[in-house]
Ligand binder design. Structure first.
Ligand code: ATP
Ligand code: MG
Length: 262
């Protein structure tokens, strides 16, 4: 209880600068429950640097990360805009499993610390992958900045409503065909830029109107990764299966050829 009060006080002190739009103490408790103290510190830091002006609602809570809506700035702009904040969990079940392999190993005495640095590296990796995808001509959320376990990027959507995932939209056969062609083109562009998404499916593709947007690239790998081709084939399999169900007549081999070809 004392600890909670101390943390609440800590938030109180910084709240003016952070300008979280909080109406009453109930909302304050909500924020307290969503972010751990460490993440709050990182968010304050980004707010002080001018990247975040105000936090909005939660867009998604997943196994590895939570996504929040917010208002803030891109890297060099002054104008406030809608942004998405991806907060990677520092303690996830994955890491608990990992931890059990590290117990007793003198190199990992400070497991807590190790765990953090793995998550931080992951966050950096996602920013780098998104940048790489963007310069390869693939439509992804523009990444702005990362710090520790927090990544700020372009919000895909409008008025605090995120664009739906591909699995959630209904498409005419013509629209499905177009979205599929773009998806294959993006997989091809990534491949020729030495990158494999690695977790591509109807969950990690957003449909912003008729625009196809690839997201979630923390796990993406370069082609020198030992499993790169296996991941690429799985990505192709996932999207082909999805679009075939939507009535797009296409064979997987043809997609593989299209991706690998010049
Ligand atoms: N930039 C963004 N703009 C709008 N919505 C987003 C954005 N990034 C993510 N989302 C939404 O949040 C969801 C989860 O994001 P993401 O796929 O990056 O996290 P995740 O790593 O899959 O998390 P988990 O797999 O643990 O659920 C997405 O499916 C999408 O609906
Ligand atoms: Mg995802």
């Amino acid at each position: 209880m004392e600890k909670l009060e101390k943390r609440l006080k800590e938030i109180d002190k910084k709240i003016d600068r952070f300008r979280i739009r909080i109406k009453d103490s109930k909302d304050l408790k909500a924020v307290e429950g969503v972010f751990d103290t460490f993440t709050l510190k990182t968010l304050y830091n980004l707010a002080n640097k001018g990247y975040i002006d105000a936090l909005g609602g939660v867009i998604s809570t997943g196994k590895e990360a939570n996504i929040h809506h917010a208002f803030g700035c891109g890297q060099e702009e002054q104008q406030e805009r809608e942004i998405a904040i991806k907060v990677y969990r520092i303690s996830t079940s994955n890491f608990r499993a990992m931890q059990s392999y590290l117990i007793g190993d003198p190199r990992f005495k400070n497991v807590r610390h190790e765990k953090r640095s793995i998550v931080f590296a992951w966050t950096k990796k996602e920013l780098r992958n998104l940048k790489k995808a963007q310069s390869a001509g693939v439509r992804v959320p523009e990444p702005f900045v990362e710090r520790d376990n927090v990544l700020l990027m372009e919000f895909i959507g409008e008025d605090e409503i995120p664009a739906p995932q591909l699995r959630e939209v209904s498409l005419t056969p013509g629209e499905a065909r177009k979205a599929f062609d773009t998806t294959v083109e993006y997989v091809r562009k990534l491949y020729h830029a030495n990158l494999v998404h690695g977790d591509l499916s109807e969950f990690n593709i957003l449909m912003h109107g008729r625009e196809v947007v690839f997201i979630d690239m923390g796990q993406s790998v370069t082609l020198d990764h030992p499993n790169a081709m296996e991941f690429l084939m799985r990505d192709i399999h996932n999207v082909t299966r999805f679009f075939r169900k939507k009535g797009v007549g296409i064979e997987e081999e043809a997609v593989v050829d299209a991706v690998l070809g010049e």
